[in-house]
Design a protein around this ligand. Sequence first.
Ligand SMILES: Cc1ncc(COP(=O)(O)O)c(C=O)c1O
Length: 464
Amino acid sequence: MFNDSGVSVLRESLRALIVDSKPGTQLPSVRSLQQEHRVSPNSVQRVLRELAVEGLVDVRPGAGSFVATAPPPRAPADTSWQESVLGSRIPPELNRTLDLWRIPGSDVIRLKGGYLDNELLPRAALDAAMTRAIKRVPSWGRYPIEGSEDLRRWFASEIDGVHASEVIVTAGGQSALSVAIRALVRPGEPVIVESPTYTGTIAIARSHGADVIPVPSDADGIRTDLLADAIERTGSRLVVLQPAFANPSGVTLSRARRDEVLALAQQHSLFILEDDYARYLGIDHEPPPPLISQDPSGHVVHVRSLSKPVGPGLRVAALCARGPALARLRAAKTLDDFYVSGPIQEAAVEFLTSPAWPRHNQLVRRALGERRDALLAAMTRLLPHVGIPAVPHGGLHLWVRLPAGVDDRDVAAAAYAEGVLVGEGSPWFPAGFDHSHLRLTFGETPAPMITEAVTRLARVLPPL
Ligand SMILES: Cc1ncc(COP(=O)(O)O)c(C=O)c1O
């Protein structure tokens, strides 16, 4: 009674019916198709499923089968008008910042990046903290703009002289820097930065229309003699600094210079934006206390991020300030994103107040020490002609000077061909013309791979 030719006839007659019907028309029932074509119910179902896969039929369980409503065919979008409307205002630094996020193939060893690698993430403790967090409070609800009370209190307990009411929780240090620069200077005004410095800071300031003024640093941090000149000359009211284990140079602002920087801020009524990104990344010793703890009168605006010492997925940082500046920062932050996601803030509190945090932090510092030492040892042995201006006592990076006449772009391209990703030094100079350095990140790569990476680098940088 049931036959294959019947199934073929059923299939063709349904196709013909679909072509002749409007979208949404109900098709005959399984029972009537079965009887009309003398095939089994399973065969009817199978044919309907085939036609559904082709997008010709909608099968609605319990209601029947219908001629599909096909989406209208879509012509490729012509977005060429956007090119001239958007213009060419994207600062090149923005592209460079985005370039930091390029993920290389698995066979490439990374000596470029800015976070801990997966091996060092406190995965289990963070998972457990998140589980506890979402049970503990109605964290999916609305949150205060300034952030969770508990988290603000935790940050305040960590930063000498800062009260919880002076803390705003932001989605990472990048957001805090962006809010602060936009709130504290107007487009067109000068912003002084140490040189070299974090490309993200340069990009934020430029995209806000600020005039970025570089002041060179040496082994003791920013040159305060040149800083005084730059302040006098430009009338800048904002200086951005990383006083501890600066990225990329690794240097720490000396005691004498800290005092000079604070005195200049008072004398000229300006703000210091203190990017304390490496607070929990000390290797040989703790960093000196933050500048904000020496400043009772609101000159220092302090940024402390958790994404470096904990993991890049924990997008949480503190932005601390006092006086009317705090209200400006709060307003700028509100415009950005209202507040940081509740569950993330609560998970951060759970993690930071558990024994897992000090344990993890100790482990990270030890691992960073091993990795830095492996990099220094391999550099000294295999690339003795590459200069190391300062051994970093903390942080994630080693800043090196190339032999005279060697260009960072050529080395980075040749190294990539050998399977090593290194950071060109030039993007870290606001003026951008210095091509004599590389930034080698040791924080993202286990020690044995670092040694292998330097071995490969030595092939492209032979001794002269
Ligand atoms: C010096 C410095 N500051 C701030 C940031 C921003 O990091 P996050 O937004 O993850 O805190 C970075 C990231 O690389 C950095 O290197």
